[in-house]
Design a protein around this ligand. Structure first.
Ligand SMILES: NC(=O)C1=CN([C@@H]2O[C@H](COP(=O)(O)OP(=O)(O)OC[C@H]3O[C@@H](n4cnc5c(N)ncnc54)[C@H](O)[C@@H]3O)[C@@H](O)[C@H]2O)C=CC1
Ligand SMILES: CC(=O)[C@H](N)C(=O)O
Length: 373
C-alpha cells in the first residue's frame, strides 16, 4: 500500500472519518466524561448551530467597555431585546442594567462561561473582553491572562457548543516590520505589545480551531474606534475620542501623540455594522477568517484642521506619551481592507468630515442639555 494512503488510513482510524472527507475530529473537551460533542456524519464543515430561520441567541463578553453596549443595542434592534445578553465583571450602571439582559461573566472562569452558554442556549458569541494596548503594557501579566487564557476558554466553549464566534482583532496585531502604508491582510506580523501579541495569537488560534474542528470563527481587525457615548478603555487611539469632548467642554485639548502620527480610524456605527455583516455573511463568501476593515486614516493635525472648521477658537497642544507614541509608530498608517470589500461587500459610511460633524453634534447637544438643566 502506498505510504501516503497508509498514513491517511491510520489518521482516519485515530481521528474518525467524517463523511465530507475533511479532517474534523471533536474539539478538545475540558471535562472528559461530561457529554462529549459528537460531530454528526453529515455535518457541514462550516455548519452553524441554528437553522436559517432561527434568531441567534447572543452573548457578549467584556460588554461594558467602549464597544459592547453599542453592540448590544445594535443587535437587540435586529434580534430582539431578550436575545442578546451583555456580560462583564463590572457592575453595570442603572440605564444599562435596565436596557436588557445583563449577567456576570468572568472569562477566566471556564465553568461559569459554559454554564451561561448552556443555560441560555447561546448560539453566537461576541468576545469583547480584553486589555487594550496602553493598559496592557502597564499590566502585562493581567493582559496575558485576560487576552490569552481568557481566549482559550472562549474558544473551547465555542467549539464544544458549536457557536458562531466573533473575536475582534486590531491594527495593533501588526508591528514595525509589517508594511505600514498600506498594511494588507497577509504580511509579517511581529507586534511589540502584549496586546498585539495576544491578538495575533487569537487570530491564529481561531483559524486553527476553524480548520481543525470546524469552529465557525470570524474575526475583523478593527482600526481605532471613535464613539461619542462611551469612553475608550486605555488604548493608543484614545486621543481621537477625547479631543471632541475637550473641544466642546473647554475649547482646548492636550494630545499625547505627535501631530504627524497617522493611524487608521473608524466611527462606531461603521464598526458595529461591519461586525454584524461579517457574522451574517454566508460561509462560502469568506475566503479568509480574519479580515482588515477600514474607513479613514488621519493624524492629530488633520483632525485639528477639521475641528477648527466647526470651532475656530479651538487650540491643541502636544505632550507626547512615549509609550503610546512608540506603539503608534509601530502600527499601520493605512489599512488595506480590499478583501473585506470584495468578499462580503464591506463599505464604510463615515469619512473624516462626517465623523467630526457627528461627534461635535453629539457632545454639543449633550452640553446644551446639561446647561439647560
Ligand atoms: N476600542 C477600539 O478602538 C478597538 C477595540 N478592539 C477590540 O474590541 C474589543 C472591545 O474593545 P473595547 O470595548 O474598546 O474594550 P474596553 O477596554 O473598553 O472593554 C473591555 C472590557 O473587558 C472587560 N474585562 C476585563 N477583564 C475581564 C474578564 N476577566 N472577564 C470578562 N470581562 C473582562 C472589562 O471590564 C471591560 O469592560 C476588544 O477585544 C478590543 O481589543 C480592537 C480594535 C480597536
Ligand atoms: C486600536 C486598538 O486596538 C485600541 N483602540 C488601542 O489603541 O489599543
Amino acid at each position: 500500500m502506498p505510504l501516503a494512503r497508509m498514513l491517511r488510513q491510520v489518521a482516519g482510524q485515530m481521528l474518525g472519518s467524517p463523511a465530507c472527507g475533511c479532517w474534523m475530529p471533536a474539539p478538545p473537551l475540558r471535562f472528559l466524561g461530561t457529554s462529549p460533542r459528537q460531530i454528526p456524519a453529515d455535518a457541514s464543515f462550516h455548519s452553524a448551530s441554528f437553522s436559517g430561520t432561527d434568531q441567534p441567541r447572543v452573548l457578549i463578553t467584556g460588554g461594558l467597555g467602549q464597544l459592547g453596549v453599542g453592540l448590544a443595542n445594535f443587535l437587540r434592534k435586529r434580534f430582539g431585546k431578550d436575545s442578546v445578553i451583555l456580560s462583564d465583571i463590572r457592575k453595570p450602571p442603572d440605564h444599562i442594567f435596565h436596557s436588557g439582559p445583563f449577567i456576570y461573566s468572568d472569562i477566566l472562569d471556564y465553568k461559569n462561561l459554559r454554564e451561561i452558554v448552556v443555560n441560555n442556549r447561546i448560539t453566537w458569541l461576541f468576545h469583547y473582553s480584553a486589555l487594550l494596548s496602553a493598559v496592557g503594557e502597564a499590566n502585562v501579566s493581567l493582559a496575558r491572562a485576560v487576552n490569552i487564557t481568557g481566549l482559550h476558554n472562549v474558544l473551547d466553549v465555542a467549539a464544544e457548543h458549536n457557536l458562531r464566534l466573533f473575536v475582534p482583532s486590531t491594527i495593533g496585531a501588526f508591528g514595525p516590520s509589517s508594511p505600514r502604508n498600506p498594511t494588507p491582510d497577509l504580511c509579517v506580523q511581529r507586534p511589540r505589545t502584549i496586546y498585539g501579541v495576544s491578538k495575533v495569537h487569537a487570530e491564529l488560534m481561531g483559524e486553527y480551531y476553524h480548520y481543525r474542528y470546524g469552529l465557525d470563527f470570524r474575526c475583523l481587525r478593527y482600526p481605532g474606534i471613535i464613539s461619542a457615548d462611551s469612553q475608550p478603555g486605555g488604548g493608543t487611539t484614545d486621543y481621537a475620542v477625547q479631543i471632541f469632548h475637550d473641544a466642546i467642554k473647554s475649547g482646548k485639548f492636550e494630545c499625547n501623540l505627535k501631530p504627524s502620527t497617522r493611524l487608521p480610524m473608524m466611527y462606531i456605527d461603521d464598526c458595529l455594522r461591519a461586525t454584524l455583516e461579517v457574522m451574517e455573511a454566508p460561509a462560502e463568501s469568506l475566503s479568509m477568517r480574519t479580515y482588515n476593515v477600514n474607513a479613514m486614516s488621519f493624524t492629530p493635525e488633520d483632525l485639528t484642521q477639521e475641528v477648527l472648521k466647526h470651532i475656530p477658537e479651538f487650540q491643541i497642544t502636544y505632550n507626547v506619551d512615549s509609550v503610546r507614541q512608540a506603539i503608534a509608530d509601530s502600527w499601520p498608517m493605512n489599512f488595506d481592507d480590499s478583501n473585506a470589500r470584495k468578499d462580503w461587500g464591506w463599505k464604510h459610511d463615515f469619512d473624516l468630515p462626517e465623523l467630526v460633524t457627528t461627534m461635535l453634534n453629539f457632545y454639543g447637544s449633550d452640553t446644551r442639555i446639561a446647561q439647560a438643566n
